[in-house]
Design a binder for this molecule. Structure first.
Ligand SMILES: Cc1cc2nc3c(=O)[nH]c(=O)nc-3n(C[C@H](O)[C@H](O)[C@H](O)COP(=O)(O)OP(=O)(O)OC[C@H]3O[C@@H](n4cnc5c(N)ncnc54)[C@H](O)[C@@H]3O)c2cc1C
Length: 471
């Protein structure tokens, strides 16, 4: 039997065209919570710590650096505006996992599992405490998440997750009573370590607090290059120079400023739709009374959640690597994927046929071969970088930021002792090898979903080399 979301598109084409006709090609979150841009760098500067990048990694690094040592002079340089990239475009699923799930953690870091679990819990709690401490309203809701089986072969895994987490296993009837989808075979409500946030309100709050703590933030100030400068580093920003004792690179999927970080990640595009607000009748027709996020369990999985005004954000499935491996505005929109997602939305909730989408957008994720982040230092401890979040960075980025600061301060901590801070993932071959290799891996993942979740020869071989590919 074909899988629940098997191609081709099944929804009437006219319906899909109408539903997408008015969709703006930009992040709903940024539209909903715009923040005024800050001035660019106009003078040469010196600092104790310079941070490159104003997404979650950069902002958390700045905030933690000031909390640890308020007298430290911290400068943050952002090429455009804080949160314009992944941090202002994501699904807002904040998960405590630092390893992109337990099984990925067990695969790559078997000796660190206990320590990782403890550090993950601590990081997740510290995020909530920081929001409270500074009055950051990021629409933080500790809802947990429904993990769904849409295929028979996934039911056993859901049962096992329920047992491991001490949660109730919801069979087909029970899960459909909670959320009315004809595709659901089973589910479990994972309650601990998962919250929903408004991604851009989180950016706005972190940026405000950084400024209040005395961080100097310059926007529209792209750093062109780094060079060694005495015991520190010189950063070129147009015809200006920032001289800093230490540098933290928080540049995500954008071109690496350090040779050593160049082949460790590739930009993979993820796409999302946002519906118009549901009416009370529409909400009632699908159940979904509690406000948990939902994700299905295929390798090409969907994730969906409610906004504060009862829209549905519906994303995932396709993970697209564009030839050449660059981040570019032209990839922010992909009609083929938007149509596929609209079709999958209506397959999931046929009761919502006719609901339109107000926003449709994409963004780059920095995928690493370990499918999770690495943090490392270079140039004798003067520079640190933290990348490779692979689509699960809303919570884990705070941890990467803390690890970068440990490394730059020369501190020996539970974080710096982890394998993810002592070793780097397998490099990904550059173009022209990358494109055909990644297309082959994508096709293999799609085949696995149609084949009862079983990996074919290619995915098994990649697994032997510690290389992963998933959406
Ligand atoms: C569509 C989508 C959905 C996602 N959904 C989720 C989710 O639900 N849950 C989850 O946990 N994760 C999710 N993610 C991933 C998550 O958003 C990222 O892991 C996280 O935002 C990464 O933060 P960052 O600071 O590393 O990167 P970014 O937010 O990309 O920030 C990097 C910044 O660096 C700046 N920069 C780069 N180079 C330079 C330079 N040379 N000079 C100056 N500035 C520079 C850029 O302008 C950019 O602002 C999603 C991502 C996408 C795209």
């Amino acid at each position: 039997m074909p899988s629940a979301y098997a191609p081709p598109i099944r929804t009437d084409r006219r319906l899909i065209d109408e539903a997408l006709a008015g969709a703006r090609n930009r992040s709903f979150w940024i539209d909903d919570s715009p923040i005024p841009a800050l001035d660019p760098l106009r003078n040469d500067l010196t600092a104790d710590l310079a941070i490159v990048g104003g997404g979650y990694v950069g902002l958390w690094t700045a905030l933690l650096a000031k909390e640890r040592r308020p007298d430290r002079a911290v400068v943050l340089l952002e090429g455009r505006t804080a949160g314009w990239a992944a941090s202002g475009r994501n699904g807002g699923f904040m998960e405590s996992s630092l390893t992109h799930g337990d099984s990925n953690g067990a695969l790559h870091f078997p000796d660190d599992l206990e320590s990782l679990a403890e550090l993950a819990r601590e990081n997740f709690e510290e995020i909530a405490a920081t929001l409270t401490r500074y009055g950051i309203d990021a629409e933080y809701e500790r809802t947990g998440m429904l993990q769904i089986a849409t295929e028979e072969y996934q039911v056993a895994d859901i049962r096992e997750q329920a047992e491991n987490e001490g949660e109730e296993f919801l069979d087909r009837q029970a899960i459909r009573k909670k959320v009315a989808s004809p595709l659901y075979e089973a589910g479990v409500h994972l309650r601990s370590g998962i919250a929903m946030v408004h991604p851009m309100k989180l950016v706005a709050g972190l940026r405000r607090v950084c400024l209040e703590l005395g961080v100097q933030i310059f926007e529209h100030s792209p750093v062109r290059s780094l060079s060694k400068d005495g015991d520190g580093v010189a950063l070129r920003v147009g015809d200006r120079t920032v001289r800093a004792r230490r540098v933290a690179l928080a540049t995500n999927a954008f071109p690496a400023l350090l040779k050593r970080a160049e082949l460790l990640t590739i930009p993979v595009y993820d796409y999302v739709l946002m519906s118009e607000p549901l009416s009370a009748e529409q909400r009632a027709s699908i159940g979904w009374q509690e406000r948990y996020g939902i994700a299905d369990s295929s390798r090409q999985f969907h994730y969906y959640r409610l906004s504060a005004d009862d829209r549905i954000l519906f994303g995932g499935y396709d993970a697209v690597y564009h030839r050449g491996g660059r981040v570019s505005a032209k990839f922010d929109s992909r009609q083929e994927t938007f149509e596929k997602l609209a079709d999958h939305f209506y397959r999931t909730f046929p009761q919502l046929e006719g609901t339109r989408f107000t926003h449709a957008w994409g963004g780059a994720i920095d995928m690493s071969a370990r499918l999770t982040a690495h943090t490392a230092s270079a140039w004798g401890g003067r520079v640190a970088f933290s990348n490779g979040y692979t689509g699960l960075g809303v919570g884990a980025t705070r941890f990467g930021a803390a690890t970068m600061l440990d490394l730059l301060d020369g501190a020996d901590t539970a974080r710096t002792r982890l394998k993810m801070a002592r070793t780097l993932p397998t490099p990904i071959p550059p173009e022209p090898i990358a494109y055909p290799a990644i297309q082959a891996a994508r096709a293999a993942v799609a085949r696995a979903d149609e084949n009862g979740g079983r990996d074919g020869a290619l995915l098994k071989t990649m697994g032997l080399f510690g290389i992963g590919f998933d959406t």
